[in-house]
Design a binder for this molecule. Structure first.
Ligand code: PHE
Length: 445
């Protein structure tokens, strides 16, 4: 039942067995929330951009979301069997083309033109796409900002000298660094990257950390101010951060920056020293540099106190009219409408050679294809759209005799804008049930 072609942003692509973009997703490619004046995603983008000098960072905010598998994965060093590449995690236009899953898809092409542009760094903000669970903080479309900066080894000055000068010209960040991982974590397999020497890499990492500490100190003190204005007056405290060792295929060493927020550590961004083979590939053999990537929704949610990610997509003026560029004010929730739970249970088809091993899993085998939870999530989204607040697996068991596996999911229907009627929720649930049998070939219980 798959059409032979799919048209996205005015370009028509051939489809194939990899194609998995639901038609319900297509309108999102035109929304560009990060460019919509006064929208909190756009405001947050601008605030972060303003912390990077325009003389050093070129901004790219309209790069189209359709990229090649090479751009999104191959040239970044993702191994062929990386889970991120699977059809259950990524939207494929066809075998060779995807909706970008991260802004890093543009690294190589933007490194390649650094000289031409004449700035050592860039910022890219864009919509990115991932198949995922349904809850208040996940949405198949969200926005990322990516930044990078390189230093030339042929500058007359060494990279270490350039970094030292750069750091001297930057203020100390007003943050409390509670914890910091080592540059290279021994035993963790993170070693000095081929083509880097330790002094250079260490200098670049220090530059990266300072730049990002400056950024979060500003963003999170704004957020704390806005939160304080709404609630009890809190005394101004330094933003607490910690550096945690991480892994990305295209940076080494890699880190995550976490910020202490509302009594817990919040992962804010991933970053690291760009792997040399990537810069070499982009024609920048004599450069070394850093890159970071962050999710704009997460920051916008805490900055404005927005409790549900679906609100960003709301066209209700009670949402839109609350925001002004240049002002960070707490979002005032319009009344919370009642939710409605509906459970759906079904048997997965019997699997060849399936083991009865227990534990909550993400899936099993269906007619040679994997049943992946994300397939179910997408089916529910396809039917209920933004009327579904979250979906949880509440029970799973395997019948010892037949080897059949049963799953039970609880769907929470709730509109952000009005009270749903029983009748319409029943209809949605009925549609979920019929689509399930039709599309996933399961047997309802
Ligand atoms: N692209 C990474 C992600 O989406 C984040 C990242 C960007 C990490 C740049 C390192 C450098 O998770």
């Amino acid at each position: 039942d798959l059409p032979n072609t799919i048209t996205l942003a005015n370009i028509t692509y051939n489809t194939d067995a990899h194609t998995n973009i639901p038609t319900s997703l297509i309108p999102y490619l035109r929304r560009n929330l990060h460019l919509q004046p006064h929208h909190p995603i756009s405001n947050t983008r601008r605030i972060i951009e303003s912390l990077f000098p325009t003389t050093q960072f070129e901004t790219y905010n309209s790069l189209p979301p359709i990229v090649t598998v090479a751009q999104n994965f191959d040239c970044l060093g993702f191994p062929p069997d990386h889970v991120g590449r699977s059809r259950s995690d990524t939207y494929y236009v066809n075998r060779h083309t995807v909706l970008r899953t991260h802004t890093s898809a543009h690294q190589a092409e933007k490194f390649r033109v650094l000289e031409q542009v004449g700035k050592p760094g860039y910022l890219i903000s864009a919509d990115v796409y991932r198949r995922d669970a349904i809850d208040r903080s996940h949405y198949p479309v969200f926005h990322q900002m990516e930044g990078a900066m390189v230093f030339s080894r042929k500058d007359g000055k060494s990279v270490v000298e350039q970094v030292t000068e750069g750091l001297n010209a930057m203020p100390e960040a007003d943050v409390e660094i509670v914890e910091s991982c080592k540059l290279y974590e021994e035993g963790n397999g993170v070693q000095v990257e081929k083509g880097h020497n330790v002094d250079e890499a260490e200098a670049v990492a220090r530059h990266l950390q300072r730049q990002l500490e400056l950024m979060v100190s500003k963003v999170f003190s704004e957020a704390a101010k806005a939160a304080g204005a709404a609630g009890a007056a809190e005394k101004e405290e330094k933003v607490k951060v910690r550096w945690v060792s991480a892994y990305f295929p295209f940076t080494s060493p890699s880190y995550e920056l976490e910020v202490w927020w509302n009594g817990e550590w919040l992962e804010v961004l991933g970053c690291g020293v760009i792997r040399q083979d990537l810069l070499d590939y982009a024609g920048q053999k004599d450069k070394i540099g850093w890159a970071f990537g962050l999710g704009i929704e997460r920051i916008a949610m805490l900055m404005y106190g927005i409790p549900d990610i679906r609100l960003f997509w709301s066209q209700d003026e009670r949402f839109g009219k609350q925001f002004r560029e240049g002002v960070v004010k707490r979002f005032e929730a319009f009344s919370k409408y009642p939710g409605c739970y509906k459970d759906v249970a079904f048997w997965l088809p019997v699997q060849e050679g399936a083991s009865a091993a227990g534990g909550l899993s993400k899936g099993g085998e269906i007619g040679g294809d994997k049943f992946h939870e994300n397939d179910f999530m997408e089916l529910v989204r396809g039917v209920g759209g933004d009327l579904v607040e979250d979906v949880k697996l509440i029970d799973e068991f395997t019948n010892k005799k037949t080897g059949r596996k049963s799953m039970c999911y609880r769907i929470n229907y709730r509109s952000l804008e009005r009270t749903l009627t029983n009748d319409e929720v029943d209809k949605l649930q009925e549609k979920v049930r019929s689509t399930l049998t039709e599309k996933l070939g399961v047997e309802l219980r």
